[in-house]
Design a protein around this ligand. Structure first.
Ligand code: ASP
Length: 598
């Protein structure tokens, strides 16, 4: 790519044998320096690549002298002539590896202190706090650059694709009134109205619904969202989501439109990566839990859960019979060829089961003669045939079983074991992209601590319309028109058809324990807007950071964010959060209670 700038004629990734003999200027960072006395080799790097340049004591004494103090990460500009590398020194792994630049001008644009780590160091060896503290150096590393560029390509593809489909990009404000998504708000004190606060949006949910009332029909935004919650690998206090909303649509319309967009954007951004299945498979929530023990199943591999409750109903094994008598379930997983697992491996699996809510794990190896071996085998003899039939197990396989009075808990634990086995057996092919839709979630979940129903997802989600008359009489049986899109076992995004009638929304809120007063206080604007011609509408939000991380094969979204925060919410580079002055506090009418906390 020709850059029309005087400091450089080419980028560091651009020169090829076709330019041999040309006079060029390059500018960039010194990646590596090799001193051969009369010759100095410098690898000059920019975000486009790396070019080897050479100064010579004989042929270019001035430039050679100028190269003398130059060290890693100094910023230099060089001028010289492109030439073929001497025979045997070409580097086929480098795009510019056939040539070098014989330099006769070298200007130091800016020296650098010795960097805290080198840009060519392997990421695994680097301390993450160090990387975040010197993020501008970390971001120079080719791996980070390719991840940031991949993210940019993804965002650009999304925009192009949505615009081609008549979506309108509309920005919504960051200083708003609370829009809850189940997390704590970040709040911002108002100076002009001391004692009052803005909330940073947990999502633009209410605003995008208001845009539908306003007639914008198809809205989208790459929206920054803020949620004050404990951080995990795939969470950050602020993150970006592709937020969209559509009018005059059913659940099917939104899912189909989003599916086309997601697949097009994926093929556009990663043309070489296989997509497991198209159209994207759809599972109801109940199917996902029954088959995979998870509402975000990784469908890159099978190993589905098997319900063996009936097969083991009549055994004398208390762990199983107690669970069954209490209305629970016994769920099994067939790990093909794992009958030889060692004591240690089995203990590790036991730990995974326990850490995920199971009381314990029962394991049985299938012997060559079809009998079962394991600590509980003698109690389960009578059920061996039934279990083998249900799981389709063969000699050499290992059966893993969890029993629990609470079926969802058993499913959750065995679902985690399934992922663990998927990892151990290398079944989760990192190259494959496996999207799956999960929909028909229960509309409400019973919150035992608060003794009330709570929205499983979004309080604005509509019930399946045919079930709406059961809202009061049997809320637990009502499903929401809610859909999640899952990629390789990560919840990539979720959305729903919204309740567009005020009285229905009020009914749903009342069920969730809202008084009329609280409804007006928290959602007054939306409730009122619904009375002024709100069309039926629905949408979705897809986590851009997660999407980019999955595309870049990274487990942590920090790896695809330019300036992420640490686990404790700190920005190590800029030093945030930080104290503010007494004057600033006074301006917003605040006084800190605990002076020591400052
Ligand atoms: N507002 C929802 C969220 O942030 C997404 C949606 O329902 O559109 O999760």
């Amino acid at each position: 790519m020709p850059l029309s700038q005087s400091m450089r004629t080419h980028t560091c990734g651009e020169l090829r044998p076709g330019q041999i003999g040309q006079r060029v200027r390059l500018a960039g960072w010194v990646h590596r320096r090799r001193d051969h006395g009369h010759l100095t080799f410098l690898d000059v790097r920019d975000r486009y690549g790396l070019t080897q340049v050479v100064t010579s004591a004989q042929q270019s004494p001035a430039a050679h002298a100028d190269a003398d103090p130059v060290r890693s990460e100094w910023v230099i500009a060089v001028g010289g002539v492109v030439r073929e590398r001497p025979a045997g020194t070409a580097n086929p792994d480098l795009a510019t590896g056939a040539i070098e630049v014989a330099v006769d001008e070298l200007e130091v644009l800016n020296p650098s202190r010795v960097p805290p780590f080198y840009v060519n160091e392997e990421q695994e060896g680097l301390d993450e706090a160090h990387r975040l503290r010197y993020r501008y150096i970390d971001l120079r590393r080719p791996q980070m650059q390719s991840q940031m560029l991949l993210r940019a390509r993804l965002a650009s593809s999304i925009r192009r694709r949505l615009e081609a489909d008549a979506f309108v990009e509309i920005e919504t404000p960051s200083l708003i009134r609370s829009t809850p998504e189940g997390a704590r708000d970040f709040i911002v004190p108002s100076r002009l109205q001391p004692g009052r606060f803005y909330a940073l949006p947990q999502s633009p949910q209410v605003l995008k619904q208001l845009l539908m009332v306003a007639g914008y029909d198809r809205y989208y935004q790459l929206a920054r969202c803020f949620r004050d919650e404990d951080l995990r690998g795939d969470r950050q206090p602020e993150f970006t989501q592709l937020d969209l909303e559509m009018s005059f649509v059913s659940e099917r319309d939104v899912m189909e439109t989003v599916e086309r967009i997601v697949l097009d954007v994926t093929r556009d951004t990663l043309p070489d990566r296989p997509i497991l299945a198209t159209p994207i498979p759809r599972l109801t929530y109940d199917q996902a839990i029954a088959r995979y023990g998870s509402d975000k199943p990784d469908i890159r591999f099978g190993m589905e859960l098997v319900d063996v409750t009936d097969a083991v109903r009549d055994t004398a094994f208390r762990v199983f019979s107690d669970a069954i008598v209490s209305g629970g379930a016994v769920l099994a997983l067939r790990a093909a060829g794992c009958a030889g697992y060692s004591r240690r491996e089995l203990d590790e699996l036991q730990d995974v089961a326990r850490a995920n809510g199971a009381g314990g794990l029962v394991h049985l190896a299938v012997e060559a003669d079809g009998t079962l071996r394991g600590p509980a085998a003698r109690f389960l003899d009578v059920a061996a045939g039934g279990m083998i039939e249900a799981t389709e197990a063969e000699p050499g396989d290992l059966l893993l079983m969890v029993a629990d009075a609470d079926r969802p808990r058993a499913a959750g634990a065995i679902g985690r074991l399934r992922l663990e086995m998927g990892n151990r057996l290398g079944l989760r092919d990192p190259n494959t992209l496996a999207y799956v839709w999960v929909h028909r979630f229960p509309m409400f979940t019973w919150d035992a601590a608060l003794a009330r129903w709570d929205a499983t997802h979004n309080p604005f989600s509509a019930p399946v319309w045919e079930e709406a008359d059961r809202l009061e009489s049997d809320p637990g049986s009502v499903h929401a028109q809610q859909y999640d899109i899952v990629l390789n076992g990560w919840e990539l995004g979720g959305g729903s058809i919204r309740i567009h009638r005020r009285e229905v929304l009020e009914r749903a809120f009342r069920l969730m324990g809202h008084t009329t007063e609280r409804m007006r206080d928290e959602f007054g604007a939306l409730l009122e807007a619904l009375e002024y011609g709100a069309p039926p509408h629905g949408g979705i939000a897809i986590g851009l950071d997660r999407w980019a991380a999955l595309f870049a094969d990274q487990e942590n979204i920090r790896e695809v964010m330019a300036f992420p925060k640490t686990q404790s919410g700190s920005d190590l580079l800029m030093g945030a959060p930080s104290p503010v002055t007494d004057v600033q506090l006074e301006e917003v009418g605040l006084r800190l209670v605990d002076a020591a906390a400052r």
